[in-house]
Design a protein. Sequence first.
Length: 154
Amino acid sequence: MADRIESYQHTIGQQGAAERDQLPIDATGERSVMAEFADAAQSTAEALQEQKQQIADRVSGMAEALECAAHSLDQSQNRIIGRYVQDAGQQIRSFSRTLQERRWNELIEDFARRQPTWFVLGAVAAGFLVSRLVWTTTNATTSTDAARKPFAAT
């Protein structure tokens, strides 16, 4: 799905905003549900990319802090502890680079290969949350429609 979102995002980027606004219009003069879904998918992909970059920046900051702490420990004759902290900082910096350089779908596929149990549990939890959201939205729409209908005269 991430590949589809990215390919759609690339297609929309090439078409430009003017053409995107000319997506199919239904009989009421409004844009189709598919066009709205496509816009929502593009917005979501952009937001996810932005969040990934923010996470990578924060992780990089943690690596920097650990490396500074390791340097301080080296100066204070705690070289063994400093070496462990330095190694941890390097591992975290490596993780930060991985986040910055790879796309979401690559990260997810890699995680699924290395931790299949956690991946399946996460997928089940995400499915549960989405189904609850859809169920709640559907019930809210149904109750709103019922409230709008006039009572039948007897």
